[in-house]
Ligand binder design. Structure first.
Ligand SMILES: Cc1ncc(COP(=O)(O)O)c(C=O)c1O
Length: 412
């Protein structure tokens, strides 16, 4: 299934040709994703259930899941039912745990028929799922969410054993596991883990098998080995990003998979005193050369990088001048050899414009930067340095150049 996704992709040369027409695009190095998966597996020693919500944290849902499946991942976690649909539409038959709430008949039928494991924590949902499954003559997998203290969703830990026992006996339901989420406050996390283990103990005392027990996501994978239980659920770390700077010291060697490229739209000279961007957020202190990039915060380039962001142009890091607007930002090209159409790197995998560095410059979380990347921006997936897959909007103009078209200016 996952193999056939990659087999159905355009050839390397076709991807390279299409790339010539992109004003901006994201690149994802799948070898980095494999590396991070192995790092986490090596550390945790239990099943890894990657969290692929929010378009795989901006990396592109379907290609990421297809790749993870090739690397032996059996189950993934999504936060929207449409993500489950996209995976099934793409022919990917992995286990899917869905934490999106469901309300309509069609949604209930969908999760049962498409073997999507639904997160449950209320009798109302569990009973309705049981009825739908029975009516369809199928079995519905469920994962019970236990609220051990985060206070968001889940059956409260004190009531969890009763609820889970009840669910385990409902016809048509198969209890696949129980899971919870930490507050990520070290001392309190220990209390939460104890609560989770107490729920499990009580279930076993009653003769109920809880199935897969899972509580650790990235933070606990990095800092709390005793919480690995039967499965860990990494999100950000699968993509090679440390949630916080201090996490670099936790002994997990992660490799950022994503980079963001664009072509310079316009190069020009401005005079001393000339303003740039809305509210004249930048006034030229002298005559200077600047370049406009057709990427703004609607593409996911954070507005907080106004007058701060660093863009790599060749070997030089060029500062953003003025504000980042919906579709544009401007960079300082003083003393840099660069022309219209040249490729620049907005987010790099190393150096001063990594996800971590830019998030810090913009005053936002690394999570916010990743999940804010526009899902419609083309994404090119690389393995061993070669493009192997592509995701792009279906557009009449997204086609390779004809042979007689001139090559793009300086498309190195
Ligand atoms: C239920 C669940 N599990 C796992 C994760 C992954 O978290 P992280 O990206 O911090 O590893 C999330 C993300 O918020 C989540 O909601």
């Amino acid at each position: 299934m996952a193999e056939s996704f990659f087999r159905s992709q355009p050839s390397t040369s076709e991807i390279e040709e299409r790339l010539e027409g992109y004003p901006s695009w994201l690149e994802v190095d799948l070898d980095c994703v494999s590396h991070n998966l192995e790092e986490i597996r090596g550390r945790a020693g239990v099943e890894v259930i990657p969290c692929v919500k929010a378009n795989a944290y901006g990396h592109g849902l379907v290609p990421i899941v297809a790749h993870l499946m090739r690397r032996g991942v059996r189950r993934v976690l999504v936060a929207k039912l449409w993500e489950a649909e996209q995976l099934r539409e793409a022919g990917l038959n992995c286990g899917i745990i869905n934490i999106d709430p469901i309300y309509s008949e069609a949604q209930y039928d969908y999760v049962v028929q498409e073997r999507v494991t639904q997160a449950v924590f209320t009798r109302r949902v569990a009973e309705r799922l049981s009825q739908r499954a029975a009516r369809l003559g199928l079995e519905a997998g469920v994962f019970v969410k236990v609220d051990t203290g985060l206070g968001r969703v889940g059956v409260r830990y004190g009531e969890a054993a009763d609820f889970i026992e009840y669910v385990s006996k409902l016809p048509g339901l198969r209890l696949e596991g129980i899971f919870s989420t930490f507050t990520e406050d070290r001392a309190y996390d220990r209390i939460q883990l104890e609560r989770m283990l107490a729920v499990e103990g009580e279930l076993r005392r009653r003769g109920v098998d809880p199935g897969t027990r899972s509580i650790a996501s990235s933070n606990a994978i990095l800092h709390m080995p005793e919480s690995y239980l039967d499965a860990v659920r990494p999100g950000l770390t699968i993509y090679g990003v440390y949630p916080e700077e201090e996490d670099r010291e936790a002994g997990l060697e992660l490799r950022q998979a994503l980079s963001f490229k664009a072509r310079i739209e316009l190069v020009k000279r401005i005079e001393e005193g000339d303003p740039l961007t809305y509210n004249r957020r930048f006034i030229a202190p002298k005559r200077m050369r600047v370049g406009t990039i057709h990427v703004g915060y609607s593409d996911g380039y954070p507005r907080g990088l106004s007058n701060k962001g660093l863009v790599r142009v060749g070997a030089t890091m060029c500062r953003v001048l003025g504000s980042v607007s919906v579709n544009h930002h401007i960079i300082n090209l003083e003393g840099v050899e660069a022309d219209e159409g040249d490729i620049v790197e907005l987010i790099g995998r190393e150096g001063e414009n990594t996800i971590s560095s830019l998030a810090k410059q913009a005053g936002i979380m690394t999570y916010t930067l990743c999940v804010g990347l526009n899902p419609l921006t083309p994404r090119v997936y690389y393995e061993r340095g070669r493009p192997v897959a592509l995701s792009e909007p279906k557009l009449k103009t997204n086609i390779p150049n004809r042979k007689e078209d001139p090559p793009h200016l300086n498309s190195h």
